[in-house]
Design a protein around this ligand. Structure first.
Ligand code: PMP
Ligand code: GLN
Length: 380
């Protein structure tokens, strides 16, 4: 047995959701919305299920979806992709991450990651034989600078894995930050894997900057996307990788022996959705921004200090700033007893870290947010 798995606990998302179900707590832990998905996307998938093919689709994804992905990024991010040579559909972004890391790393290669990091990254890098090199980011802005990058790069660096917008800190890296990273990536001749699953969920009028829109990164990056986040359909697990043809060749070979294909009917639904009017995406963002503001205003009113949230479905409570003299794990346990499940941000750190930030998911109905606020206020 591989000791990596034998010693591994169940993910914090699964654990907190199970505890919320068992206790009847409001689940602001695992990131999933309770509304906001487009009915026409469900209809398109249902029609494809009943009237289309239910056999293996083409290994890199249906032509319809790959074309829709390329068209979508042309419209929304001014990125020109050759749908036949630069797009691979995967079973969720998680599979895309695994496929990309397996395709790009050989044992002993160093992989630069930014901490806090999404919980799948470290186990996947390690399983691929990569040696993680962590760049610590600090609240409230969670940015890197040239000195931090300079300290992280070495002659053994092969890959940089970046998450933008960043889960759990709900921060974003702008074009200037990506251009700084591009300078290092070029100098050290490395590939950037950019997990951009939250690309459409950005607030306050901001626009997402993709690695593929930075000229120096266009041919040395793998952009990962997920329909789960774009259409509030987290259970669908339809993702994709976009990269230059030479990279896509290796990525598709890696994908073909992980899941090989992704359900064709779900691909049809996503292809339909990606072609929706840009106004739909703006309204979706505005809806989640209203929910963010509702939760933040309520919790600030109850005396909690909140960190900024520029994107994602998450916002963090600053426990230290709220004068709560405990670590996140203790507080998460306590709040679960008070009827609200959350995610301790220490779950996004490599070793036995204990942070003083607690992540909450605000992608919920107003009434649910209001009950959560009153329970959190009472637990203060
Ligand atoms: N990366 C990040 C940063 C995420 O937040 C998530 C899910 N929340 C994923 C990857 C996984 O996406 P999927 O469900 O498409 O596998
Ligand atoms: N990405 C989701 C989150 O951050 C959880 C996904 C999962 O449960 N693996 O909450």
């Amino acid at each position: 047995m591989n000791p990596l798995y034998a010693a591994m606990p169940t993910t914090i998302f699964e654990t907190m959701s199970a505890r919320a179900r068992a206790s009847g707590a409001i689940n602001l832990g695992q990131g999933f919305p309770d509304s906001g998905w487009p009915q026409d996307v469900l209809d398109a998938a249902a029609t494809a299920l009943l009237q289309g093919s239910n056999q293996y689709p083409p290994m890199p994804g249906t032509p319809e979806l790959r074309r829709a992905i390329a068209d979508h990024y042309r419209v929304h991010q001014d990125v020109d992709l050759d749908w036949q040579r630069e797009v691979t559909v995967t079973s969720g972004a998680t599979e895309a991450l695994a496929a990309a890391l397996l395709a790009l790393i050989t044992p002993g290669d160093e992989v630069i990651l930014f901490q806090p990091l999404y919980d799948a990254y470290l186990p996947l890098v390690r399983r691929a034989g990569g040696v993680p090199v962590l760049v610590p980011l600090a609240p409230p802005h969670w940015q890197f600078d040239a000195a931090m990058l300079s300290a992280a790069f070495s002659p053994r660096t092969r890959v940089v894995l970046i998450n933008n917008p960043l889960n759990p800190s709900a921060s974003t890296f702008d074009r200037t930050a990506l251009e700084m990273l591009a300078g290092f990536a070029e100098r050290h001749d490395v590939v950037v894997i950019a997990d951009e699953v939250w690309e459409h969920v950005v607030f306050d009028g901001a626009m997402h900057s993709s690695v593929l829109s930075v000229p120096a990164l266009r041919h040395r990056s793998v952009k990962i996307g997920s329909a789960g986040k774009i259409f509030a359909l987290t259970g669908w697990k339809v993702g994709w990788m976009c990269a230059a043809p030479e990279l896509t060749h290796a990525l598709a070979r890696s994908h073909q022996f992980l899941t090989f294909t992704t359900p064709p009917n779900l691909q049809a639904g996503v292809a339909h959705g990606l072609g929706k009017d840009p106004g739909w995406f703006a309204a979706m963002r505005a809806g989640f921004q209203r929910s963010r503001d509702r939760l933040v205003d309520g919790l600030v009113g109850a005396g909690y200090a909140m960190l900024p949230s520029a994107g994602t479905w998450f916002v963090s409570v600053d426990l230290a700033g709220s004068a709560i003299p405990h670590g996140d794990i203790v507080v998460a346990d306590r709040l679960l007893d008070a009827g609200v499940a959350s995610i301790p941000v220490s779950a996004f750190y490599a070793e036995d870290a204990v942070t003083t930030t607690l992540r909450l998911c605000f992608a919920k109905h107003d009434a649910t947010i209001d009950v959560a606020i009153s329970r959190l206020a009472a637990a203060r």
